[in-house]
Design a binder for this molecule. Structure first.
Ligand SMILES: Cc1ncc(COP(=O)(O)O)c(C=O)c1O
Length: 454
């Protein structure tokens, strides 16, 4: 995509101003106190760039909600949506549709093991809801175990499975969910000094949790393969294999949530591929079609499929397998494969983001840790490198973080920020020049955070 593409026209900027006024009057925004909002208007987006309401160009290191994996306005996907719209905009999920069938085939071909059956939803939270429903019906049990420091979606059950502060307002303690401590080496809950220790202790804690909760009451363990919004902390070696072993030993369904980490984000089609682990159910959304039309789903193993061979699955959605969304998925997956985007994401992580962020960490006292893989990295910011006191408290923002984010935007970079972290999550087809441009901006902006180190 042409990095020198023209910005928005005068007419587009004027339309943006009008849209902003209407937004403030009528649009109710997610996760926000409505009165104090000042949302950024996007007047144009192309490839790895977006333009704001004033026409400023920003390098999109957020991929929005970490979903535009093939960048903005990829012509192959735009055309596929246009062609599908001209052919068949919508059809009931009970009828066969070629876009849906082909999307299911392309997904099933890429998922590991026997995850051969695809139930389509409109997004990630619904995928989580349905995966849990399937696990409950398959096992005849209700309880679900999930990790603290995780995010699984905003609907009632998905937000109760979530292990962060967004759960609190909707948690009445009656969702049938118990949380356990994750393997998180930088702030180990187990006092670990090495990755091996963290793996061993986190697995022992998980097994204790299973035993103390009563294995015969537990339907499933749900785990983000690489927790995303919660901090992009990849599991230490052996952890996921250990989770698989525990779920097998105690007869629990293992649900891998790959809504954010899936479809190339980590430099593999699915993050579980890095650790050679095959879950029983795998949720996906976002990158499956780069979010051009809402789509998510559950990949189902042969074994769980058998539960519903003779028994009706009690669940469905008007838009399950929507043709426009599925046509976008078909074009996205094919384009990702044809243009080598998975390989590009892997190489960017290994050759550009990994070494580049390590160098940045050395230059800035405010950087506690950088970590990640592929096009999926976190910069964890601290006030004090010794105590690791975060630059914003868990669950909140801070004037220091807001200043840093504002500086990055002024310098031409749109970051993904959460609590005390800046995430680096650009499109998977980002060029090396663009990636290096983004790292230079981050390096410059971090001087602002360094000024708050005590
Ligand atoms: C790991 C994970 N699971 C589930 C969800 C929920 O997806 P959605 O917002 O499409 O409902 C998200 C969204 O960020 C996510 O990151």
């Amino acid at each position: 995509m042409d990095a020198l593409a023209a910005g928005p026209s005068e007419a587009e900027l004027a339309a943006g101003k009008e849209a902003y006024a209407l937004d403030r009057k009528h649009v109710f925004h997610s996760w926000a106190a409505q009165g104090s909002l000042d949302p950024m208007t996007v007047t144009k987006a192309e490839g790895s760039y977006v333009w704001d309401g004033a026409g400023h160009k920003l390098l999109d290191f957020s991929s929005q909600m970490v979903n535009t994996n093939i960048g903005h306005q990829h012509p192959a996907v735009v055309k596929a949506i246009q062609d599908q719209a001209a052919k068949l905009c919508t059809i009931a999920p009970s009828h066969v549709n070629d876009a849906r069938s082909e999307a299911a085939r392309l997904i099933a071909e890429r998922t590991p093991g026997t995850l051969n059956h695809i139930f389509f939803t409109n997004g990630g939270a619904e995928a989580v809801e349905h995966a849990i429903r399937m696990a409950r019906l398959h096992t005849g049990r209700r309880k679900v175990l999930s990790a603290y420091r995780s995010y699984h979606g905003g609907t009632d059950l998905a937000v109760n499975v979530t292990g962060d502060t967004r759960r609190f307002a909707s948690d009445y303690g009656d969702a049938g969910v118990s949380h356990f401590m994750p393997a998180y080496p930088y702030r180990s809950y187990f006092g670990s000094q090495t990755l091996e220790e963290e793996t061993e202790r986190a697995l022992r804690h998980l097994e204790d949790t299973i035993i103390l909760e009563g294995p015969e009451t537990i339907a499933a363990i749900i785990l983000e393969t690489v927790p995303g919004t919660a901090g992009i902390y990849a599991p230490p070696p052996g952890y996921l294999k250990g989770v698989r072993d525990l779920t097998d030993r105690y007869g629990l369904v293992y649900i891998a949530d790959e809504v954010m980490a899936g479809f190339g984000r980590t430099g593999a089609w699915f993050a579980v591929d890095h650790w050679d682990v095959v879950p029983d159910l795998m949720t996906f959304a976002k990158g499956v079609n780069s979010g051009y039309v809402p789509l998510g789903g559950v990949a189902i193993s042969d074994d769980i499929f058998e539960t519903f061979r003779e028994r009706a699955y009690p669940g469905g959605l008007t838009y399950s397998g929507h043709p426009l969304a599925c046509a976008a998925a078909v074009a996205t997956i094919r384009t990702m494969a044809d243009e080598g985007m998975i390989e590009n994401a892997e190489r960017m992580g290994r050759e550009v983001f990994g070494p580049g962020l390590e160098k940045i960490a050395k230059n800035h006292a405010s950087v506690g840790e950088v970590r990640g893989l592929g096009c999926f990295w976190a910069i964890e910011l601290v006030k004090n490198p010794e105590t690791r006191e975060p630059l914003a408290a868990y669950g909140g923002s801070s004037p220091e973080m807001n200043e840093l984010i504002g500086t990055m935007k002024k310098l031409g970079l749109l970051p993904f920020a959460n609590y005390n972290r800046i995430h680096v999550a650009p499109p998977l087809n980002i060029t090396q020049d663009q990636a290096e441009e983004g790292l230079r901006i981050i390096d410059r902006a971090l001087d602002v955070a360094d000024a708050h180190v005590v």
